[in-house]
Design a protein around this ligand. Structure first.
Ligand code: NIG
Ligand code: FE
Length: 402
């Protein structure tokens, strides 16, 4: 079946290159006015001006795009969607002044979600991930990555990865998120267990491994050990790094040839320069910085120095209870000093690179998967401009309207 979206005010898509977009190329958006998008099955067949619309025959569904704009489906390359329970109580305590790291150190924070996630069971996790995926979709996310990391025992980590897969997410094994209570603060002993007992199974379910390299979580030597073992088992490397303090995460990410380093709120000039000279994608998570009242990551400096930058939500119950990439685009424009065009590229093309899928998703061009957002706006830049606006009108995934 074909799908033709016709008479669109604009179609906007970022520049396409073989590698993640950097520097000036990050802000290059191709905008076609008075445009159409034609999909054949699950693939984009053509994008162009209405006056160049070819005759389309056969079984065609037509959508009227008048007064609306189309952009590629958004790609969220960093979420923690596999969790049970919530942290609304902790949120209230934080609002009254309690610190995020302080709550974590007292056995709350991540560890309270570990208790709720273990209690949810595999069926509960499937329901939770499906529900979170639907929330993301409503905000235009057509591909999402999701991490485990709230199980931290064999059964719950593997159940989390299976739940992510069954919801259509791209699974990352966050096997080193925190040291669970049964290891009594002994991170090395926990890693002995995780690498011996969980990795052999996680490697068959996940695409990448991730570690929280931070004071109070895992140190650089532990992160190196964990990610190296995961890499030997075939998993790509990602890191949560420089969220609160610099602990050598940038150097380690570069040394290991990681796909990405994510957070970077605490990254200084040296880290920015090192990332610019590397192939590691810098994933910025402004909703997390906002939610925790932390400094924003140096996204402008990263782009200007030539680093490859991606933008994601970090959706999770503790540090970023936010599934909206359009809101993150607004934060990118208002807090990170990125242009709407740079924000769009960062959560489409560059995010697709982080997930190893840039040949198929992240752009509206022939041959790409037919993931199309129809925005009820006269100019595609409303994506960032309309703060918390309800801009996403229709979400086409693989050529189908859900
Ligand atoms: O990316 N920093 C580590 N992990 C998550 C938060 C997890 C949580 O608070 O539940 C993050 O911010
Ligand atoms: Fe995260």
């Amino acid at each position: 079946m074909k799908l033709l979206v016709r008479d669109l005010a604009q179609v906007a898509t970022s520049a396409g290159r073989g590698a993640p977009l950097r520097g000036a190329a990050l802000g290059e958006v191709e905008v076609v006015e008075d445009a159409f998008v034609l999909c054949d099955g699950d693939t984009v067949e053509a994008v162009g001006r209405m006056r160049d619309l070819p005759s389309v025959d056969g079984d065609v569904v037509e959508l009227d795009g008048r007064g609306r704009c189309a952009i590629p489906g958004l790609v969220d390359c960093h979420t923690h969607a596999a969790f049970g329970g919530d942290r609304v109580e902790e949120f209230s305590l934080r609002a009254a002044g309690a610190g995020y790291e302080e709550l974590h150190a007292r056995g709350g924070g991540i560890l309270s979600t570990v208790r709720a996630t273990r209690a949810a069971g595999e069926d509960g996790l499937r329901v939770a991930v499906g529900r979170h995926r639907d929330w993301m979709r409503r905000h235009g996310t057509t591909t999402f990555e999701a991490k485990s990391g709230y199980g931290l025992d064999r059964e719950t980590e593997l159940a989390s990865l299976r739940a992510i897969r069954s919801a259509g997410g791209v699974p990352t094994w966050l096997g080193a998120h925190a040291v669970p209570p049964e290891f009594d603060g002994n991170g090395d002993a926990y890693l002995d267990f995780a690498l011996a007992e969980v990795l052999p199974h996680a490697a068959a379910l996940a695409e990448a491994a991730d570690v929280f390299l931070e004071r109070g979580a895992f140190d650089s030597a532990q992160a190196r050990r964990f990610l190296s073992a995961c890499r030997n088992a075939g998993l790509a490397s990602r890191l949560h790094g420089d969220q609160f303090t610099e602990q050598g995460a940038v150097e380690l990410a570069i040394e290991l040839g990681a796909r990405s380093i994510d957070h970077l709120e605490a990254t200084g000039d040296e880290g920015v320069r090192a990332l610019a000279g590397s192939d590691v994608v810098a994933v910025v998570l402004p909703a997390s910085a906002l939610f925790l009242g932390r400094p924003m990551p140096p996204a402008r400096a990263l782009v200007d120095t030539g680093a490859a930058v991606a933008l994601a939500t970090d959706f999770n119950p503790g540090s970023a209870f936010c599934e909206s990439l359009p809101l993150c685009c607004s934060l990118a424009a208002t807090q990170l000093r990125l242009s709407p065009a740079e924000a769009l590229a960062a959560c489409t093309v560059n995010a697709a690179h982080v997930l190893g899928r840039a040949d198929r998703i992240g752009r509206l061009a022939p041959g790409y998967r037919a993931d199309v957002l129809i925005l009820d706006v006269p100019d595609w830049r409303y994506l960032a401009y309309h703060l918390a606006g309800d801009v996403v009108d229709e979400v086409v995934i693989g050529g189908e309207l859900p």
